[in-house]
Each structure stands twice: as structure tokens, then as C-alpha cells.
Design a protein around this ligand. Structure first.
Ligand SMILES: Nc1ncnc2c1ncn2[C@@H]1O[C@H](COP(=O)(O)OP(=O)(O)OP(=O)(O)O)[C@@H](O)[C@H]1O
Length: 249
């Protein structure tokens, strides 16, 4: 029997930075194995929701559960094993003086996991990089290759949930498609749950089943991704976002 409990469950989540509330009353569930998007304009609070889920935005109130565990107000090693985040800018998120081997070995060392050589080589294969890349530095790779390494790093601990913050928006359009295909394949192979932040609605159509539209820190609508094809949004802000993206041209 499949487990009916959601991977992510948020109720009335408020989040602040330095006492200033930037997210208000956010409520949604992401089912196990589902891919769910947060969309909305810059500054609407999308990334902040992901940060709170990782313990990186500690000023939150409300109820937050990830894989049945209560949310925390700081990063937590046990949770990191099950829920990993991938950031927008692979150059910024990889240490310039660490080889790919060091980057991929580190989570294994921290969590006391053995068979490091085999696991690192397999992780490279899994994200479509051959073993030549193992001892390269970030500056010796393209943006797309760096993002593959960042995804491999997130997968080292075999998480169930991936929080993806604009995972392709720093990349050239042709490379974006490759990374989106990779994310789609990895999810299908591993039964991953995705919570994805993006301002790019075609990415939602390609990768997600549902989406929450955020405006000024609040969710204004939760819709099926199919609304991006038929325009069946109900909230005026969602409809404006849809129209601004070119509708179903
Ligand atoms: N560390 C921080 N300290 C203070 N304010 C912050 C911090 N991070 C974000 N903010 C503010 O919180 C609000 C929401 O930011 P957030 O990054 O979550 O928006 P977003 O919807 O993800 O935008 P974008 O698409 O541009 O990343 C913004 O007003 C932003 O300036």
C-alpha cells in the first residue's frame, strides 16, 4: 500500500527576517513522489519557504512537517540526509578550490558512509558526467556541468525530497533543457518528491503536477499545472502572471 502521508506539509506558515514578515499564512501539502512548484514574481517569498524547510530561515511560526518530522529552526543533519536543496547558481554553490571528488565525498564523510570511491563514480554516471570530471575544479567545467555536480552532491545521501531553487535559470537555454531532462529522469527513477521554485512557467509545465502562485508573501492560488495550458486559473494575479507569460501561445 502506498503511504498516504505527504512528504511536505505546511500550515499557516509565517516567516520573517529580523522581525519583518515576508511570508504569511502559507498552507499546502506535497504528496510523496509529487513535483510541486512555487511561482510568483521576484521577492514574493518563494525561496524563503524553501529556506525555512532546510532550517535556514529560523524565524518561522505555524506548522511545518517534512517526511513526518516537525520542522526545525536550524539545519539538522538527520533531516539533511532525507531532504536536500539545489541552488540556482552552481558556481556560487560549489567551493572554487574543491575538486568534484571532494565535493561529492564530503557528505559521505560527514555522515560516515563508506564505499566512497564507488559512490562518487556512480554519482557522476547518474548525472551524465564521465569519470574525467572527478578531479576537476568548478572553473574547469561549464555551467551545465557544474549544475550536474550540484545535483550529484544533493543525491549523495539518497534523499527522498529535493528542494530546487531556480535550478536552471542561471544556465543557457539549451543547457536548461538538458538539466530539466536530468531532473525529470532522476525523479522517475528514484521516486523523488520535488518542491521547485521558479519564475519560468514552462519549467512548471515540464516538471510539475501542481503549483502554488505566490504574491507578496501569500499563496493566492493552488492550481494543477495543466492550468498553464488551458488558462483555468481563478485568481486575478495568477491570470495576470499567465497572460504575461504568453498564455497558451
Ligand atoms: N536573508 C535575508 N534577510 C533579509 N531579508 C531577506 C533575506 N532573504 C530574502 N529577504 C527578503 O525576503 C523577501 C522574499 O525573498 P525571497 O528570496 O524569498 O523571494 P523570491 O520570491 O524567492 O524572489 P526571487 O525569485 O527574486 O528569488 C524579499 O523582500 C527579500 O528582500
Amino acid at each position: 500500500m502506498t503511504d498516504p502521508s505527504p512528504s511536505i506539509s505546511l500550515r499557516n506558515l509565517d516567516i520573517a527576517y529580523g522581525g519583518v514578515r515576508v511570508v504569511q499564512g502559507v498552507t499546502f501539502d506535497v504528496a510523496r513522489g509529487e513535483s510541486f512548484a512555487l511561482v510568483g514574481e521576484s521577492g514574493s517569498g518563494k525561496s524563503t519557504v524553501l529556506k525555512a524547510l532546510c532550517g535556514l530561515a529560523p524565524e518561522w511560526t505555524g506548522t511545518m512537517q517534512v517526511l513526518g518530522q516537525p520542522g526545525l529552526h536550524r539545519p539538522n543533519r538527520a533531516m539533511a540526509r532525507r531532504c536536500q536543496m539545489v541552488f540556482q547558481d552552481p558556481y556560487g554553490s560549489l567551493h572554487p578550490r574543491k575538486t568534484v571528488d571532494a565535493v561529492l565525498s564530503e557528505p559521505l564523510a560527514i555522515h560516515g558512509i563508506g564505499d566512497r570511491d564507488e559512490r562518487v563514480e556512480q554519482a557522476l554516471v547518474d548525472v551524465g558526467l564521465d569519470r574525467r570530471f572527478r578531479f576537476r575544479y568548478p572553473h574547469q567545467m561549464s555551467g551545465g556541468q557544474r549544475q550536474r555536480v550540484a545535483i550529484a552532491r544533493a543525491l549523495m545521501l539518497e534523499p527522498e525530497v529535493m528542494l530546487l531553487d531556480e535550478p536552471t535559470s542561471a544556465l543557457d537555454v539549451s543547457v536548461q533543457a538538458e538539466i530539466l531532462n536530468l531532473l525529470k529522469r532522476l525523479r522517475a527513477e528514484r521516486g523523488l518528491t520535488y518542491l521547485l521554485v521558479t519564475h519560468n512557467l514552462p519549467v512548471v509545465s515540464f516538471l510539475c503536477e501542481r503549483m502554488a502562485v505566490m504574491n507578496k508573501g501569500r499563496i493566492v492560488e493552488i492550481a494543477q499545472a495543466t492550468a498553464l495550458h488551458d488558462g483555468s486559473f481563478t485568481d486575478p494575479y495568477s491570470l495576470a502572471l499567465y497572460a504575461a507569460s504568453g498564455g497558451n501561445r
